[in-house]
Design a protein around this ligand. Structure first.
Ligand code: SF4
Ligand code: SF4
Length: 452
């Protein structure tokens, strides 16, 4: 058992992603620049030692002053540690938890190593599993390949079957890139109808590069002949060919939203929609859309603690938890400044933006383009974010009002059903090439006669 620790300015809770195998993974996804982070630890075996596992758990549970503590595993591929490692983890966590503390176990995995033993273990310990799938087999296999270059879709589906067989809660994590970004509704329906998913996240792939690195980066971050690969750092204002385009990402989200808001509100959870509704009622539930950040850190396999999973780079190393308690590192001035910089570095264009309350400039890692008047520091995804937030403004207002009246946001589906019925009736009365009766001056088919 542990006691609560008092460190000045420490947050009551924080999120820590643990990478027990560092960046090591059995797959070799072409867009995965995390793979290149192996280069930060030359000669390492990339396995978290049992002694560090115990130190991490003890410090994590000591540090939290909230009843529920999340133990979050990520990679690389965490299942490469083997099941026994995680069984030891559960024993240690149960041993060290404080009275009244409950533990929430989560793991992000590519799913290719899962079997019934893993499934039973996850279920027994109430794990929430994040499974990486990029859409249909063709979309997924474009970039999510193994070391031999073959697509991993079939193996991942076998992993998903394990999770379903054991009734393990899962969440689909889909990265959005040039192979799936034009197919938002198709991707969404595939997850909902074919995979039976009711929790989804859509993460944009933005692989930044400078002119020198771009040709290498376009080939991918996997090992080259001779075992070498380029090291990814947050530099340059160009992006790889695989990266999603800004407006394309906005369109992808809008296409999914149009389907979701008509039939799935309350039954399918799409992270960005939920977070956006949160912003509409004054809550910030995700670091990238919060005014400041700094409470989502990453722990490497050797105890090095970094400011964020996206900043596992030498400049953002806070220290090692073998030498300094993690809470002191989390509460350090360096980390406070890291989180505050998200707000302080906003360009004027963002400060004046009508959807800043929902966007807050997005994640700093993607702020590498210039504003229309030439100020640096605008988010590469700005145009897409703007399109999305503007598009969902009316329905978000409706859902926020419903919440305010203590009614379910899902009532919005009836509003859309009515609106769609009225539109269909109008379409039946109006030729698609006639002027739209709304007075826009456009043809009806280009205005209110658009097919959804
Ligand atoms: S840098 Fe980005 S991902 Fe990291 S904590 Fe800040 S907003 Fe979140
Ligand atoms: S939508 Fe664009 S301008 Fe507005 S806050 Fe976000 S990044 Fe800044």
């Amino acid at each position: 058992m542990v006691t609560t620790l008092n460190v000045e300015n420490a947050p009551p809770a924080f999120h820590l992603l643990v990478k027990p195998t560092g960046a090591v993974c059995n797959l070799d996804c072409k867009y995965c620049f995390f793979l290149s982070k192996e280069m930060l630890y030359p000669g390492s075996r990339f396995r978290m030692a049992d002694e560090l596992l115990e130190t991490y758990i003890k410090q994590l549970l000591e540090s939290h002053q909230v009843p529920e503590v999340n133990l979050a595993w990520q990679g690389g591929e965490p299942t490469l540690m083997g099941l026994d490692f995680f069984k030891r983890m559960i024993d240690l966590a149960n041993n060290y938890k404080k009275p009244g503390q409950t533990l929430a176990h989560t793991m992000q995995t590519n799913g290719t190593k899962l079997d019934d033993e893993w499934g039973a273990f996850f279920k027994e310990n109430n794990f929430l599993i994040g499974l990486s799938v990029d859409g249909t087999k063709e979309m997924h296999d474009t970039y999510r390949v193994n070391k031999g270059g073959a697509g991993s879709f079939d193996q991942v589906m076998r992993g998903l079957e394990v999770l379903k067989r054991h009734n393990v809660d899962f969440n689909i994590l889909c990265t959005v890139h040039n192979a799936n970004a034009d197919h938002g509704a198709e991707v969404y329906r595939f997850f909902r109808d074919e995979l039976g998913a009711d929790f989804m996240q859509f993460i944009p792939i933005v692989e930044r590069a400078n002119e020198t690195l771009l040709p290498l980066a376009n080939v991918g971050w996997s090992e080259r002949d001779g075992g070498e690969r380029p090291l990814y750092v947050q530099q340059g204002n160009l992006v790889t060919e695989r990266s999603v385009k800004s407006k394309q990402y906005g369109r992808f989200l809008i296409d999914i939203f149009e389907e979701w808001v008509r039939r799935d509100v309350g039954s399918v959870y799409v992270q960005i929609f939920d977070v956006t509704l949160g912003s509409w009622v004054g809550q910030h539930n995700l670091c990238i859309f919060s005014p400041t950040c700094g409470t989502a850190l990453a722990l490497e396999h050797n105890g090095d603690l970094y400011s964020c999973d996206h900043y596992v780079e030498p400049d953002y190393l806070l220290g090692n938890i073998h030498e300094t308690h993690m809470l002191e590192l989390v509460a350090s001035e360096k980390q406070r400044q890291f989180g505050q910089d998200k707000l302080d570095s906003l360009p004027q264009y963002c400060l004046d933006c009508d959807v800043r309350f929902a966007c807050h400039g997005g994640c700093p890692r993607n702020r590498f383009i210039t504003t229309p008047d030439g100020e640096p520091g605008l988010n590469y995804l700005c145009a897409g974010y703007k399109d999305f937030f503007h598009h969902v403004s009316m329905p978000m207002n409706i859902m926020a009002n419903l919440l305010d009246q203590q009614r379910a946001p899902s009532e919005i589906m009836a509003v859309y059903a009515q609106q769609d019925a009225a539109q269909a009736a109008l379409l039946a009365r109006t030729g698609r090439n006639d002027p739209c009766p709304c007075g826009s001056g456009k043809k009806f088919k280009q205005c209110h006669g658009k097919k959804q």
